[in-house]
Ligand binder design. Structure first.
Ligand code: B12
Length: 226
């Protein structure tokens, strides 16, 4: 059994080299060796950032970004990762509507959010990617969720997120729901400009915020397995 620090270094190296099969094999070994699924996700995300940097530096191309996305999804599909996400034994007492905003098709962060919210007892309605403002509002009016989560990683989503929140304002729905933003490019200033209740650059932080909101709303919050 390799030690976890060595596994981490090797995993990042394999991701950067886009070695799909070797990443899933080593990810399984890491879980066997006792690595927490959430830690594994952080390591894979670190590898993805390095791939993103190589793309920025023009050493990698769009095909390499696509491959990196496929590798991440392979890891999410591993049996033990699925088990981690689907560990739901509680009644669903809070609803979250999520989606990646218009113009952005990145969905890995959103999918992790969905898995972690469900594992924490939330019911999740996932609108997918490239979701227009009107769809967010229409689905809000259809499902009446407690929380709306807007995902986006492109810097251009600051404007699209604002348009989406503005659509909640103009339809008279903004005061009826908590809205959280998620994306690694977000800041407190952006959050204030867009007009939302909170933001998170990490899914785990976002899930904690959602739990706290539900706690303060009904005094009992959602059940979880922490
Ligand atoms: C894989 C990838 C792709 C894949 C996406 C596959 C998929 N199914 O998602 C594909 C190939 C499709 C792609 C396309 C493009 N990409 Co791309 N991509 C990436 C890459 C390498 C990894 C993204 C990823 O999945 N990361 C891992 C996940 C876990 O991270 P995440 O999504 O950010 O989620 C985290 C947080 O943001 C947060 N979170 C996310 N959503 C939410 C929601 C809530 C509510 C909460 C609380 C939290 C939360 O939690 C997660 C961590 O816990 C990044 C590089 C990077 N550094 O991220 C570039 C990157 C995001 N892409 C980039 C670009 C430029 C593009 C393209 C424009 C390229 C092109 N010329 O066509 C297109 C855009 C297409 C579009 N319209 O969206 C740039 C964005 C630059 C910018 N500043 O806007 C990046 C940063 C690469 C770079 N360094 O240049 N990409």
């Amino acid at each position: 059994m390799q030690d976890l620090r060595k596994i981490k270094e090797k995993l990042i190296e394999l991701i950067v080299n886009l070695e799909e099969e070797s990443v899933t094999k080593l990810a399984n070994e890491a879980l066997d060796a006792g690595m927490e699924p959430i830690r594994l996700l952080e390591i894979i995300a670190e590898g993805m950032s390095k791939v993103g940097k190589l793309y920025e530096d023009k050493e990698y191309f769009i095909a390499d970004l696509i491959m990196a996305g496929i590798i991440f999804k392979d890891v999410l599909k591993l049996e033990r990762m699925q088990a981690y996400f689907q560990n739901i034994t509680v009644s669903k007492n809070a609803k979250v509507l999520i989606g990646t905003v218009k113009g952005d098709i990145h969905d890995i962060g959103k999918d992790i959010l969905k898995g972690m919210l469900e594992a924490s007892g939330f019911e999740v309605i996932d609108l997918g990617v490239d979701v227009p403002c009107e769809t967010f509002v229409a689905k809000f009016e259809e499902y009446h969720p407690d929380i709306v989560g807007l995902s986006g990683v492109l810097t251009s989503t600051i404007d699209t997120m604002k348009e989406t929140v503005d659509a909640f304002v103009s339809s008279g729905n903004r005061d009826k729901v908590k809205i959280i933003l998620g994306g690694s490019h977000l800041t407190a200033e952006a959050c204030q400009y867009i007009g939302v209740d909170n933001f998170a650059c990490e899914v785990s932080v976002g899930v904690r915020i959602c739990k706290e909101w539900m706690l303060s709303r009904n005094g009992k919050g959602v059940s979880n397995h922490d």
